[in-house]
Design a protein around this ligand. Structure first.
Ligand SMILES: Nc1nc2c(ncn2[C@@H]2O[C@H](COP(=O)(O)OP(=O)(O)OP(=O)(O)O)[C@@H](O)[C@H]2O)c(=O)[nH]1
Ligand SMILES: [Mg+2]
Ligand SMILES: [Zn+2]
Length: 325
C-alpha cells in the first residue's frame, strides 16, 4: 500500500467527504459497522445493529482500512457488501519503512505490548512500540508472560526495570499456568477499552485471547517437538469483543517496527524522560544528537537517561530522514 496521507500521520485521519443523509436506519441500504478483521483487501465488518458480520470490499482503490475502523457500507447481498466511507479515526497505529506503511489498527485506547521470558524479547521492538504508542496518544501497557519459567524470569524482570521506572505499567503473568490470575490482572486493565495486542511471535498473544474471549478459538503457536508440525502462528489481525466490555485486537507477531513516518519533533516528545528537559537545551531547535549545551545529552552523560534509549532516538531520527516522499 502507499503511505497514509498527511492527515492520518497526525493524530487521526480525517474522514472523507460525507455520504449525505443515510440516516443510519439501514433503509437506504447504507449501514454502519466496525472492521473486525482484515486480510489483504478483504475485510470483515460487524454491523452496528448486531447482525452477523459480513465480508466487505473497498470501492475502487480507496485508502486501506484498519481493524477497528468505523465504516459505512452498502449491502450487495446477504453476506457481502461494499465499503462506502471510513468514519473519522481517533488514531491510527501503523508501521512504515522507507517506501510503504502497514496498518495495525485504528481507534485505540490502549496498546498491550506482549513480552515473554522465553523466547528472548527484543528491546528494540519494545522501545519502538512504546514510541509508536506515545506518538499516537495510545496508552501502553507491558505484559510479561510465561512467568512460570523461573530460569528466564529474573533476566526478563531486570531488563524491564528501567521501563517500569519510566512509569510504564508492567504486568507479570503466566497465561498458561496461572490463567485465573492473568484474567484478574489483565482483564481489569482491558475492561471498557479498545486495546491492541502487539508483540513478537510466540509471546502468547493468541493464548491470552483464547483465555479472555470464550469461544475465540484462535490458533496458537504450539510447536510439536517431534516434527515441527502443528505449528500455528497468527496471520491476520482480528478484533474480539470482550465479555466485560471493550475489545481486544490480536495481530500477527512482527520482527520489524519501522517508524519512518514520525518527524523529529514527534520523536523527541515520544520519550517521556526527554520531555521535562526539552526546554533546557541551549538551542531551541536542538536535535539532541551532537549539539553543545544539549540537556538531553547531558542527562545521558550523567546516567539520568539510559544511553540505549538515546541510541534508539538517534536511530529513529536517522530513519525519519530517510523517508522517500
Ligand atoms: N510456559 C508458558 N508457555 C506459554 C504461556 N503462554 C503461552 N505459552 C505458549 O507459547 C507459545 C506461543 O503462544 P501463542 O499464543 O501462539 O503466541 P503468539 O504471540 O500469538 O504468536 P504469533 O501468533 O506467532 O504472533 C504456545 O506454545 C503457548 O502454549 C505461559 O504462560 N507459559
Ligand atoms: Mg498469535
Ligand atoms: Zn538537545
Amino acid at each position: 500500500m502507499t503511505r497514509p496521507g498527511k492527515a492520518s500521520r497526525a493524530a487521526g485521519a480525517r474522514a472523507s467527504a460525507g455520504i449525505g443523509s443515510a440516516g443510519g436506519s439501514g433503509k437506504t441500504g447504507i449501514e454502519q459497522g466496525c472492521v473486525i478483521a482484515s486480510h489483504g483487501r478483504h475485510y470483515l465488518v460487524a454491523p452496528t445493529d448486531g447482525s452477523v458480520p459480513i465480508q466487505c470490499f473497498p470501492r475502487g482503490k480507496r485508502s486501506e482500512m484498519a481493524v477497528g475502523d468505523q465504516v459505512t457500507f452498502e449491502r450487495q447481498s446477504a453476506d457481502q457488501g461494499v465499503i462506502v466511507e471510513i468514519l473519522t479515526r481517533r488514531n491510527l497505529l501503523f508501521r512504515s519503512d522507507q517506501f510503504k506503511s502497514k496498518l495495525f489498527a485504528a481507534n485505540l485506547d490502549q496498546m498491550v505490548i506482549m513480552l515473554a521470558t522465553e523466547p528472548w524479547f527484543s528491546e528494540d521492538l519494545l522501545g519502538r512500540s512504546l514510541v509508536a504508542a506515545e506518538a499516537s496518544g495510545i496508552a501502553p501497557v507491558i505484559v510479561l508472560n510465561k512467568a512460570d519459567l523461573p530460569d528466564a524470569l529474573a533476566a526478563a524482570r531486570e531488563r524491564l526495570e528501567p521501563y517500569a521506572a519510566l512509569g510504564y505499567p508492567v504486568i507479570e503473568v503466566s497465561v498458561k499456568t496461572r490463567p485465573d490470575e492473568a484474567i484478574a490482572l489483565i482483564g481489569e486493565q482491558l475492561k471498557e477499552r479498545s486495546s491492541v495486542l502487539l508483540g513478537q511471535s510466540g509471546m502468547g498473544k493468541s493464548t491470552l485471547v483464547n483465555l479472555l474471549v470464550p469461544g475465540a478459538d484462535v490458533a496458537t503457536r504450539e510447536i510439536s517437538a517431534a516434527l515441527n508440525s502443528g505449528r500455528h502462528t497468527t496471520t491476520f489481525t482480528r478484533l474480539y469483543t470482550l465479555p466485560d466490555g471493550g475489545s481486544l485486537i490480536d495481530s500477527p507477531g512482527f520482527q520489524e517496527f519501522g517508524l519512518h513516518h514520525l518527524s523529529e519533533g514527534m520523536l523527541e516528545r515520544a520519550f517521556p524522560e526527554f520531555r521535562p528537559r526539552l526546554a533546557d537545551c541551549k538551542f531551541y531547535n536542538c536535535h539532541h544528537l551532537h549539539e553543545p549545551g544539549c540537556a538531553i545529552l547531558e542527562a545521558v552523560d550523567k546516567g539520568e537517561i539510559a544511553a540505549s534509549r538515546h541510541a534508539l532516538y538517534a536511530q529513529l531520527v536517522h530513519e525519519s530522514s530517510q523517508i522517500v516522499r
